[in-house]
Design a protein around this ligand. Structure first.
Ligand SMILES: [Zn+2]
Length: 317
């Protein structure tokens, strides 16, 4: 799917080209992706309005049009934005999987194409925007100044899941997808199945830093390549999509493993499975009771090597 760094690029390209332009005509293809939250059809809801802004919010792209009209798109797995010049727009037929097309007053055209029809295009108003599912309940944007160490620690301390599904929980962190969850965990040298509650202060610090480092490096690389918005640039990734290939850091074969609902790519050497994956839950404090903020489940006797506060583990040797 287009992920956060891809969408930063999409929003930059589209806003550079389209902000200030007026929608001259509009059409839809396959209506499956459309979610009309205003009365009437798509075209009359958008035609004649100028584009005020185009921005990324979490994993959504938000188009603010004149008179408080808002278009919010979740491209899901394969949704793509194509920007066509006047000649191309006149020449190229609509693809079967066209979600919508907006033609602008300068002859350019934006086409949203979704081969799997899994994306969602909400047409709504400023006042009703907060009714869009998921979008209205996004967690802290990981590129915003609000996302700092204290906020991250606060979000993480309540978690009882594994670190990969945690990173991908859009209601907690907005928004990390499959590819960048893997890249962030590789950078932080954490096994994707590590339980969040077993992260030491060092682990958590590495994870926090990795989120910013990995995403910003990807944003820079994608901007440097400056491909058209429909092109997904992923060839620079370290582990995602590289199962069976050697780790660029240590040469170990990258592996793929099922974690929760998804498949994670990781390096078994750089991201070793710690024994904290085998938590002896009978020795951990009552799972119904939230751990206290600054004293997360200390082992009853001497702390584990490294001084980290970790749950006591079952002896396996
Ligand atoms: Zn490695």
């Amino acid at each position: 799917m287009p992920e956060l760094p891809d969408l930063v690029h999409v929003a930059n390209v589209l806003s550079g080209a389209l902000v200030g332009r007026e929608v001259a005509s509009a059409r839809t293809g396959d209506p499956t992706v459309l979610r009309m939250m205003v009365p009437g059809d798509f075209a009359p809801a958008v035609v004649g309005r100028a584009v005020r802004s185009i921005e990324r919010r979490g994993h959504f792209i938000r188009f603010a049009l004149g008179d408080d009209r808002v278009l919010v798109v979740n491209a899901m797995l394969v949704g793509k934005y194509r920007l066509l010049g006047p000649d191309e727009a006149a020449r190229e037929k609509d693809p079967v999987a066209l979600g919508f097309a907006l033609a602008f007053d300068d002859g350019r055209e934006l086409r949203y194409v979704d081969d799997k029809r899994m994306g969602k295009v909400y047409v709504t108003t400023l006042g009703d925007e907060a009714r869009i599912p998921v979008y209205a309940a996004l967690g802290v944007d990981v590129l915003s100044p609000d996302f700092d160490r204290a906020r991250f620690a606060e979000i993480a301390r309540r978690r009882r899941d594994q670190v990969r599904p945690f990173l991908m929980d859009k209601g907690a962190l907005a928004s990390i997808g499959n590819a960048y969850a893997d890249e962030i965990l590789f950078e932080a040298r954490l096994h994707p199945k590590t339980f969040v509650r077993t992260l030491s202060a060092d682990d958590r610090e590495r994870l926090f830093v990795a989120i910013g480092t990995v995403l910003r490096a990807a944003i820079d690389e994608i901007a440097r390549r400056n491909e058209p918005p429909e092109v997904k640039v992923r060839d620079f990734l370290a582990v995602r999509g590289r199962a069976g290939k050697p780790c660029r850091r240590c040469g170990t074969t990258i592996r793929e493993v099922r974690v929760g609902d998804g498949d994670a790519c990781f390096c078994p050497t750089c991201q070793p499975a710690t024994r904290s994956l085998f938590v002896d839950w009978s020795r951990v404090s009552d799972p119904e009771q939230p751990a206290s903020p600054e004293a997360p489940v200390k082992p009853p006797k001497s702390p584990a090597a490294g001084g980290a506060a970790r749950p006591r583990r079952r002896s396996r040797r």
